[in-house]
Design a protein around this ligand. Structure first.
Ligand code: PLP
Length: 400
């Protein structure tokens, strides 16, 4: 893949993924040959419409949804906004209470905060130390006013997989629409919206080796949802704007490729993850793997090193051509540990000592010893730099 041209090891697949060559090929074909407007009545437009609906059919099928339940959006963020705001508006006459968790992605959290300013009340559930939501807490939070529950399928920082089937069943027992952000799990875990009792589900193209700026939202056809983009009649009048057909066809190709190899690839990533975690914990003292031993996204390792600043470690690794992400910053440049880790009860120091390594298709077994060796060396370097600093500080105190 493109990212391996240099000697870079890319291990940050939870942030984004390299675009699969077949996706690029498909997008190029569509931009060249299928440039019509899918709303036009002439032949050029109709051929675009045919492709659009074929893509929709394939994507809907991948989660056991129907074609008329699948809406193209500009990505995970828009899908989350569409679901939350769209349901909140549709059901406002029934009540104004929403349940979510403290470990959600900002696309959900900041949208909930915006809804609070509009008169809704939101319960932000605690998560356990593994980052998981307890269905019992969801149940306890439900009131007669509750109109929406939104709990992510898996957390993007620590990789915690939530029991969304159980939460969905609970929501349905109380007739409450249930949304889940599945951006981190699509293509990795099996997703059947009927089985999981999900009414709305968000997916993003660029997290599954597809293009950026495209995604989809599944919406149960029996539920009302209010459009958040108004204009033309595209997407069954629910999301206006000429469809981005090249990106949609690229997304459909990415979905198809993800489905073909989902189980074997997840298995492969789990194996690599275990090798990596074993190597790091055996070779580096003061190392802790965070999250649930099993209920984590395949390939995602969130790991802390005592007396190490995670940000420094990420930068040192970057200079060696290894791309991982800091385990704690909510956004680059931020000095505070992320809201998610705080919700999991991490002490700021512990949170700041962590990095997130997310393996994906571009990684092979050969990468593992290289990663372990590089991390071992850089952890030692960061630790000794820290000790020197402390030493100097102490000396200063003595001399003062
Ligand atoms: C990346 C991500 C998003 C945002 O998706 P975009 O397509 O980048 O807008 C939302 N939720 C989760 C869990 C994510 O990991």
């Amino acid at each position: 893949m493109g990212n391996r041209k240099s000697n870079i090891i890319y291990a940050d697949h939870s942030a984004t993924t390299p675009v699969h060559p077949q996706v690029i090929e498909e997008m190029q074909r569509v931009m060249t040959d299928v440039w019509g407007n899918a709303s036009s009545v002439h032949q050029i437009g109709r051929s675009a419409k045919v492709e659009l609906e074929m893509a929709r059919e394939r994507i809907a099928g991948s989660i056991n949804a129907a074609r008329n339940e699948t809406f193209f959006t500009s990505g995970g963020t828009e899908s989350d906004n569409f679901a939350l705001r769209g349901f909140a508006e549709a059901f406002r006459s029934k009540g104004k209470h929403i349940i979510t968790s403290k470990a959600e992605h900002h696309a959900v959290l900041h949208t909930c905060e915006a809804l609070e300013k509009n008169g809704y009340s939101v319960t932000y559930l605690e998560v356990n130390e593994h980052g998981m939501v307890n269905p019992g807490d969801v149940k306890a939070a439900i009131t007669d006013e509750t109109i929406l529950i939104s709990i992510m399928h898996a957390n993007n920082e620590i990789g915690a997989i939530n029991p969304i089937g159980e939460i969905g069943a609970l929501a349905h027992k109380h007739d409450i629409p249930f949304h889940t952000d599945a951006v981190q799990t699509f293509g990795k875990l099996s997703i059947d919206v009927k089985e999981l009792n999900v009414d709305a589900l968000s997916v993003s193209g660029h997290k599954i080796y597809g293009p950026k700026g495209i995604g989809f939202l599944y919406v149960n056809r029996n539920l009302d949802i209010i459009p958040q983009l108004t204009g033309g009649a595209q997407e069954r009048n629910l999301r206006a704007g000429t469809e981005n057909l090249p990106a949609i066809m690229g997304l459909a190709k990415a979905v198809e490729l993800s489905m073909e190899k989902r189980e074997s690839e997840s298995e492969r990533l789990r194996n690599l993850q275990h090798q990596l975690e074993a190597g790091l914990t055996e070779q580096i003292s003061g190392t802790t793997v965070h999250g649930h031993p099993e209920k984590r996204i395949p390939g995602l390792t969130h790991i802390g090193f005592d007396n190490v600043d995670g940000e420094s470690l990420v930068m040192n690794l970057d200079m060696r051509g290894i791309a991982v992400s800091s385990g704690s910053a909510c956004s680059s440049g931020s000095v505070n540990p992320s809201h998610g880790l705080m919700a999991m009860g991490y002490e700021p120091d512990r949170a700041k000592s962590a990095i997130r390594i997310s393996l994906g298709r571009s990684n092979t077994e050969e990468d593992i010893p290289v990663l372990v060796e590089a991390i071992k060396e850089e952890v030692a370097r960061v630790r000794s730099a820290g000790e020197n600093r402390n030493q100097t500080k102490k000396e200063k105190v003595v001399h003062a």
